[in-house]
Design a binder for this molecule. Structure first.
Ligand code: HEM
Ligand SMILES: *[C@@H]1O[C@H](CO)[C@@H](O)[C@H](O)[C@H]1NC(C)=O
Ligand SMILES: *[C@@H]1O[C@H](CO)[C@@H](O)[C@H](O)[C@H]1NC(C)=O
Ligand SMILES: *[C@@H]1O[C@H](CO)[C@@H](O)[C@H](O)[C@H]1NC(C)=O
Length: 425
């Protein structure tokens, strides 16, 4: 095991010499070999960097659920009841009412987590933990425990958080507060970190390199486009068209466009609009009123969209059955296959290179993808197919990152899928 991990580490350190993507395990680097190095990862400077990151000296952890207002009774990172259909926040639960973020609070590219922090289901300053993330997803949205753990692992290990303190910034680089040792870990860019969890062609966020590193703020122009394409009905069929549209926009506008394996997560996030956000009080319809509240979008008198803050809609009731890893991977593949695009990236000579990764062959996912390969898609992302941020500094945390992921995954049934686990023998 030691040897396999060491060679992985060496591969990853090659990222300094080669285009970032070519050195990713699972990516066929021969496809990129002849290419000029192109920026895939962010430079440390930009709108979401440490210098621009607010500091709230008064860190208050998330308000825990209580016996009076138990929600799914998810606490301390363990499975809750997994029975939804209840109102969030509960009437009378003052601890979880909406409080707009202040200037010292960190918010980022994820409307779901921003809303959770605005309602104190995550720490209001935006510096959260693995357990808060796992609990909040279950208590608010009735995300299944397996998926809640998987997403929290992805947030923490994809270069964005710290696997020792288990802390994560839901936005900008707050290394001084997340890292167990900034000199050892290097910078931990938080969820704003580019080409990690955050990626190009988002629904309502700019691409990193076309907008001076602002890949995390709500963009009303993009929200308006999404609303138009979706005809105010944010279902799978319409979001599939919009995801395809965003791919083409990025491919034309962004010379550094990269649509890698992790962009599978963007399809997952898009499914959250019609799977996690709809309210029982609206017949679980993914309608504009609901979606605009979660995105913090406000229509102006001239018809354009402005931003307020992400808020759980009034009288909102969550989905009844848990949204599981299996559910989301099926949505990812279905949404992709309705309007497929190529996985890969723009290159210096103006062409687009396709890549290989697991079930992605020559840049596409086949319609005949097996159920097993489908279930393993996200699992593979979470088990070391991508470079942990800890590699910015030393090698040892790499081992720890994989161990961390496997230990946390071991809490769920995901370990029984029989998916290939790279790097361990
Ligand atoms: C630990 C759990 C989670 C993490 C670490 C996470 C992280 C992220 C990140 C990094 C992005 C940016 C991706 C991109 O567009 O480049 C994102 C987008 C998104 N997330 Fe989350 N997320 C989590 C859970 C949730 C939940 C529970 C919801 C449900 C409401 C949600 C809703 C969304 C949506 C709708 C987007 C797309 C935003 C857009 O493209 O404009 N997320 N998330
Ligand atoms: C919002 O998105 C549009 C369309 O991509 C872009 O032209 C504009 O510069 C963005 N605005 C901001 C403030 O980033
Ligand atoms: C929420 O429910 C209350 C009580 O039933 C009602 O008075 C109020 O109008 C509702 N608000 C919305 C936005 O549906
Ligand atoms: C991918 O492309 C290569 C080169 O064009 C070809 O040899 C191979 O058969 C293709 N693989 C698949 C799965 O289509």
């Amino acid at each position: 095991m030691k040897q396999a991990l060491l060679s992985y580490s060496l591969l990853a350190s090659g990222a300094y010499a080669f285009p970032w993507v070519a050195s990713q395990p699972g990516v066929d680097s021969s496809l990129f070999a002849a290419r000029k190095a192109f920026k895939r990862q962010q430079t440390p400077e930009g709108a979401g960097d440490a210098a621009h990151c607010p500091f709230n000296a008064n860190h208050i952890p998330a308000a825990p659920v209580t016996s009076k207002y138990p929600y799914n009774n998810a606490k301390n990172g363990v499975p809750g009841q997994g029975k939804g259909g209840f109102q969030v926040p509960a009437t009378g639960d003052t601890a979880h009412q909406f409080v707009a973020p202040g200037p010292n609070d960190v918010r980022g590219p994820c409307p779901g987590l921003n809303a959770a922090a605005n309602h104190n289901f995550l720490a209001h300053d935006g510096i959260t933990t693995f357990n808060e993330l796992v609990d909040a997803q279950q208590n608010i949205y009735n995300v299944g425990y397996d998926l809640a753990v998987l997403l929290a692992i992805l947030g923490l290990t994809l270069a964005d958080g710290d696997i020792v303190t288990e802390k994560l910034s839901i936005g900008c680089d707050a290394t001084t507060r997340t890292s167990f040792s900034p000199t050892l870990t290097g910078s931990e860019p938080g969820l704003d970190g580019h080409n990690k969890f955050e990626a190009d062609s988002s629904l309502t966020r700019n691409d990193f390199f076309t907008h001076g590193g602002d890949n995390f703020r709500f963009n009303g122009t993009l929200f308006g486009k999404m609303d138009k394409t979706c005809q105010s009905n944010f279902n799978r069929e319409h979001l599939s068209v919009y995801r395809n549209q965003r791919w083409h926009e990025s491919q034309i506008e962004n010379p550094n466009f990269f649509f890698g394996p992790l962009t599978l997560l963007l399809y997952g996030a898009a499914s959250f609009l019609y799977e996690l956000m709809p309210s029982g009080t609206h017949g679980y319809a993914p309608d504009l009123e609901t979606i605009s509240s979660f995105f913090g979008a406000v229509k102006q008198s001239d018809g354009t969209w402005g931003f307020t803050a992400e808020k759980i809609p009034d009288n909102w009731t969550n989905r009844v059955s848990p949204y599981t890893n299996n559910d989301v991977t099926l949505e990812i593949v279905s949404m992709y296959l309705e309007n497929p695009v190529l996985f890969g990236g723009n290159t210096a000579d103006g062409s687009f290179d396709a890549l290989n990764f697991g079930a992605i062959k020559n840049g596409t996912i086949s319609a005949s993808i097996s159920p097993k390969d489908t279930s393993c898609l996200l699992y593979q992302l979470a088990t070391g197919q991508v470079m942990p941020s800890s590699l910015n500094g030393v090698i040892t945390p790499t081992v720890d990152a994989l161990t961390f992921a496997l230990t946390k995954l071991g809490l769920t049934d995901l370990k029984n899928l029989g998916c290939p686990i790279p790097l361990t023998k």
